[in-house]
Design a protein around this ligand. Structure first.
Ligand SMILES: NC(=O)c1ccc[n+]([C@@H]2O[C@H](COP(=O)([O-])OP(=O)(O)OC[C@H]3O[C@@H](n4cnc5c(N)ncnc54)[C@H](OP(=O)(O)O)[C@@H]3O)[C@@H](O)[C@H]2O)c1
Length: 295
C-alpha cells in the first residue's frame, strides 16, 4: 500500500500529526459485545501488525473496549510504537460487570480513564483523546460538555494528553468546545445509510477539522444495499469497499473501519484504490437515509 492507495494524508487540526486517510478502528478486536478477550488473540495481534505494515498510521481505540483488552492487544502487537503511529483514544464511558455501557463523565472518572489508557497502552502521553458524550443510543444529545472538556484541558496542561477531540457531539457542542480548546477531530456516527451529520461534515471541512465517521461500514450490522452490490460488481469490488470509497470522496474524512479479520482488513485498505464515476456517486448518494438494507 502507498500513501495514495490509503487515501492520501490528512492532519489533525491544530497539530503536527499527519496520518494516512485509511486507518483502523480497534473496537472489533475484543470479544463478542466488545467484552473480554477475542477467540484468537494471535489473529488480533496479526491484524494490527499487518495494518501497520501496510502503512496504516492511525489507530482508534478506547480503554473501555474489552475493557482494557483492546489497548492491551495494541500494546502487545505494536509496542514500542512506530514514530509516525497516532493512537486516538476516547473517554466518557465505563463497562460495569453486566457488560452495559454507562457514562463516566465526572472529573475523577476522566482522570482515571486517562491513566487506564496510559497504563494499558504503555504510553507517557496520549496523542489525541476524544471526549465521547454519551447522548441517547448512538446519537448525540444537546447539553453542555464544558465541564468534561475543561477536565481534558487540565490533563493536557499536565502533559498527559497532547490533543483533544470530540465524539458523539452536536454542532453546538463542537462550538462550545472550540471556545475552550483546539478540537483536533470529531468522531460521530456517519455512513452511506446514516447521514444526519451532513451539515456538520461540511462545517468542519470549512474549519479544517477532520471528521472521523464511526460505524463507517454500518457497525455491528454491516451495510447491505442492492446499489452497493451493483456498483461493487461494476468495479470488481466488494459492497463494503464501495462504502469506504464513497466516504473517502469527502476530503476531511479519516476512516477507521474495524475488523477482526485479516482478509477484511486487506479489502478495507484496498478501498482507497477504487475510483467512483460521477454516475456511480450519484446512485450511491441516492441510497435512502435509513439503517441497514435500504434499497
Ligand atoms: N466514538 C464512538 O462512539 C464509536 C462507536 C463505535 C465505534 N467506534 C470506533 O469506530 C471504529 C469502526 O466502527 P466499527 O468497527 O464498530 O464498525 P464498522 O467499521 O462500521 O464495521 C465493522 C463490522 O464490519 C465487519 N467488516 C469489516 N470489514 C469488512 C469487510 N471488508 N467485509 C465484510 N465485513 C467487514 C466487521 O466484521 P469482521 O470483524 O468479521 O470483519 C464488523 O462486524 C471502531 O473500531 C471504533 O474504533 C467509535
Amino acid at each position: 500500500m502507498t500513501e495514495a492507495t490509503l487515501g492520501g494524508r490528512l492532519t489533525f487540526a491544530g497539530t503536527s500529526l499527519t496520518v494516512r486517510r485509511i486507518g483502523y478502528g480497534a473496537m472489533q478486536l475484543a470479544g463478542p459485545g466488545v467484552w473480554g478477550p477475542p477467540k484468537s488473540p494471535d489473529t488480533a495481534v496479526a491484524v494490527l501488525r499487518e495494518a501497520v505494515a501496510a502503512g496504516v498510521n492511525h489507530i482508534d481505540t478506547s480503554d473501555y473496549y474489552g475493557p482494557h483488552i483492546t489497548n492491551q492487544l495494541i500494546r502487545c502487537a505494536l509496542h514500542p510504537y512506530p514514530a509516525d503511529l497516532v493512537i486516538v483514544t476516547k473517554l466518557g464511558a465505563r463497562r460495569p460487570a453486566d457488560q452495559s455501557w454507562q457514562p463516566a463523565v465526572s472529573r475523577a472518572e476522566l482522570v482515571s480513564g486517562v491513566h487506564d489508557n496510559l497504563r494499558n497502552l504503555r504510553l507517557e502521553a496520549l496523542d489525541v483523546v476524544n471526549y465521547r458524550s454519551m447522548g441517547s443510543g448512538h446519537g448525540p444529545e444537546e447539553g453542555s460538555i464544558a465541564e468534561q472538556v475543561g477536565a481534558l484541558v487540565d490533563l493536557k496542561a499536565k502533559g498527559l494528553i497532547r490533543h483533544i477531540g470530540l465524539s458523539n457531539v452536536t454542532s453546538a457542542q463542537v462550538a462550545e468546545a472550540r471556545a475552550l480548546t483546539d478540537v483536533a477531530c470529531v468522531q460521530n456516527l456517519y455512513n452511506l445509510a446514516h447521514r444526519e451529520d451532513e451539515a456538520l461534515v461540511e462545517a468542519l471541512a470549512r474549519q479544517h477539522i477532520p471528521y472521523v465517521p464511526f460505524f463507517p461500514l454500518g457497525g455491528f450490522t454491516p451495510l447491505q444495499s442492492a446499489t452497493l452490490s451493483s456498483v461493487g460488481e461494476e468495479l470488481s469490488a466488494t459492497p463494503l469497499q464501495v462504502a469506504l470509497a464513497w466516504l473517502l470522496r469527502r476530503p476531511n474524512m479519516l476512516l477507521i473501519p474495524g475488523t477482526s479479520s485479516p482478509v477484511h482488513l486487506r479489502e478495507n485498505l484496498a478501498a482507497g484504490t477504487l475510483e467512483l464515476s460521477p454516475r456511480q456517486l450519484a446512485r450511491l448518494d441516492g441510497i435512502a437515509a435509513s439503517s441497514g438494507a435500504s434499497d
